[in-house]
Design a protein around this ligand. Structure first.
Ligand code: ATP
Length: 267
């Protein structure tokens, strides 16, 4: 059994959350299809708290556009949080960028060097993917807007695993020498998310844009964006005031709002 493959200790999560603990309701099933699916399909009633589902084993972890998120019991932290916003809050634009920034701040406080953000939803270290984010909006007109923010963090990728379609991947053990405990890491991420999402809800992405731009993995570099609408090339400017991606192309500055595209360095 690896050190992180032990049963979860919810009281340790509460202790690490400190005064924020009452704001969260944390559930930690042994396994589930995907923590996002769990909250999307069995959405808890609004009791004023942020509902969190964590699991040691996802049987069908998801990324964007039907892609797979790979995780291994004891070697990953996979969880989702259901965040509700007051009506009129700037959801969804910018939400996955804010979640990425929260993760970046947590990793930096742990001592990870070279943390970068790749628009719209990846956290990298020196170009290697350390964590992924999947934001899904809950349908429901007239109700408080709500989003499920799913996060997968690599603690220690098992030897011999191949992760498809990625130029490089990494984990916290490689970056820090040892992986932090899941409970403390979960509480640290939830704390940073709490702070940043409150800022975002009150002031929009503009208030966090500078911090995001500082960590833009592709700042000033030639990139290609591909999606259903084709491919666009140019130099990456970064994120706009509302979280849209800005690219300087031969025909001027292009704004890309939909996250349903892949951003890559120009080959
Ligand atoms: P890309 O990362 O290619 O720009 P994306 O942001 O749409 O695409 P996500 O939806 O965030 O990707 O995540 C799914 C992709 O992440 C998978 O296709 C795979 O390449 C990669 N992946 C899956 N599991 C892991 C993991 N544990 N660590 C790092 N990368 C992973």
């Amino acid at each position: 059994m690896s050190p992180t493959d032990t049963p979860p200790d919810l009281s340790a999560v509460a202790a690490a959350l400190g005064s924020l603990a009452p704001e969260f309701e944390v559930r930690w099933p042994d396994s589930c299809e995907s923590t996002n699916t769990e909250l999307m399909q069995r959405t808890p009633a609004d009791d004023g708290r942020v509902h969190v589902v964590v699991t040691s084993k996802q049987t069908a972890g998801r990324g964007r556009r039907g892609r797979e998120w790979l995780s291994w019991p004891g070697s990953s932290l996979t969880f989702s949080a259901l965040w509700r916003f007051v009506p009129g809050a700037p959801v969804p634009a910018g939400l996955s960028l804010v979640a990425g920034l929260a993760l970046a701040l947590t990793f930096e406080k742990l001592g990870v060097e070279g943390v970068q953000l790749k628009w719209p939803n990846d956290v990298l270290v020196h170009g290697h993917k350390l964590a992924g984010i999947l934001v899904e909006l809950l349908p429901g007109r007239g109700r408080t807007p709500a989003a499920v923010i799913g996060i997968g963090i690599n603690l220690e990728i098992p030897h011999g695993v191949h992760i498809p379609d990625q130029p490089g991947v990494t984990d916290l053990k490689r970056e820090l020498g040892s992986a932090p405990g899941r409970e403390a890491l979960l509480a640290a991420v939830l704390t940073d998310l709490h702070t940043l999402l409150n800022t975002y809800a009150a002031a929009g992405f503009g208030a966090l844009r500078g911090a995001w731009q500082q960590r833009n993995a592709f700042a000033g570099l030639p990139v290609q964006i591909s999606g259903e609408g084709g491919t666009v090339s140019g130099n990456c400017i970064g994120a706009d005031e509302d979280g849209a991606l800005l690219i300087r192309s031969d025909s001027g500055v292009i704004r890309i709002l939909s996250g349903e595209v892949s951003l890559r360095l120009h080959p």
